[in-house]
Design a protein around this ligand. Structure first.
Ligand code: T3D
Length: 257
């Protein structure tokens, strides 16, 4: 069985982290395969990405058995070749990425989830910045992403203490978008992917790019960048369709063009 399952349903690529017996902990093979699959999502026909885990976890982060293996990768390779490319590819992908957190998300597993565009979780899921428990610092962009999501103080406490929080707590503090009951989670989380896959893909990509730079830009710089991207959006077919559909009082049919 592959460590990453990949399926395309309509225009949505479904990526499933698939080492359930290890709580979908990342070994080298899984990290590299995830990168490969994220690259495949650049294809024009893909208009949304849905990432989840198989079994009871989303991901327990780095496979800790692999790091003590004498034949395994050193820390430098793990960060530079496994995690940094994954989170960079997700942030740069010009498609919305929905993370559907079905169970525990720990360490790099949590921070990969949190860099996705829309993060939803099952009621029984949980999040842990597990790094401090094993003498590491939070990686996979966590020290950048988490304070921006929930504020410096809460991020600091979660990262230093390494406490497990429930998905409800994560939702309350703004770490994730929504929690669904375990019974409806699969269906509801996938509906979000379906919804975004039918929206104007290019406008969503431009929005994502603006969000990527919004915390480093000054207000004036951001206004200039909004102008640039709005001009681009205004030249898309989907913009024409959006206006036409509004004037004709019908539902728009966006194609991603
Ligand atoms: O060098 C580097 O490490 C650099 C990279 C850093 C990136 C990182 O992600 S560092 C953080 C790594 N992750 C962790 O520290 C989390 C470790 N896991 C846990 O704390 C707990 O397993 C969980 C809180 C995630 C879940 O707890 P629980 O009680 O639901 O499950 P469990 O019984 O602990 O785990 C079930 C099995 O999965 C168990 O195997 P077994 O005994 O049934 O054969 C356990 O050993 C295995 N497992 C869980 N997490 C990992 C793992 N195996 C390898 N690596 C793991 N990360």
């Amino acid at each position: 069985m592959s460590t990453i399952l990949f399926e395309i349903k309509n225009s949505i690529s479904i990526i499933t982290l698939n080492r359930p017996e290890k709580l979908n902990a990342f070994n080298r093979e899984m990290s590299l395969l995830l990168q490969e699959k994220l690259d495949e999502c650049k294809k024009k026909e893909i208009r949304a990405v849905y990432i989840t885990g198989s079994g009871k976890a989303f991901s327990a982060g780095q496979d800790l058995a692999e790091v003590v293996d004498a034949e395994g990768q050193g820390m430098e390779k793990i960060i530079v070749e496994h995690y940094n490319p994954v989170v960079t590819k997700i942030r740069k992908l010009e498609k919305p990425v929905v993370a559907a957190i079905n169970g525990v998300a720990a360490g790099a597993g949590a921070n990969i989830a949190l860099c996705c565009d829309i993060v939803v979780a099952a009621a029984s899921a949980s999040f842990i910045q597990a790094f401090s428990k094993i003498g590491l610092i939070p990686d996979s962009g966590g020290t950048h992403t988490l304070p921006r999501l929930i504020g410096w103080q809460k991020a600091s406490a979660l990262m230093l203490l390494g406490n497990k929080i429930t998905s409800e707590e994560a939702e309350k503090m703004g770490m994730i978008y929504k929690v669904f009951s375990d019974e409806t989670f699969k269906e509801e989380s996938f509906k979000i992917a379906e919804t975004v896959s039918n929206l104007p893909t290019k406008a969503l990509a431009y929005t994502k790019q603006l969000l990527n730079i919004s915390f480093v830009n000054t207000f004036e710089e951001q206004l200039q960048d909004e102008d640039v991207f709005q001009q681009k959006a205004a030249h898309t077919q989907d913009y024409k369709e959006g206006i036409q559909a509004f004037l004709e009082k019908r539902k728009p049919h966006f194609t991603g063009e």
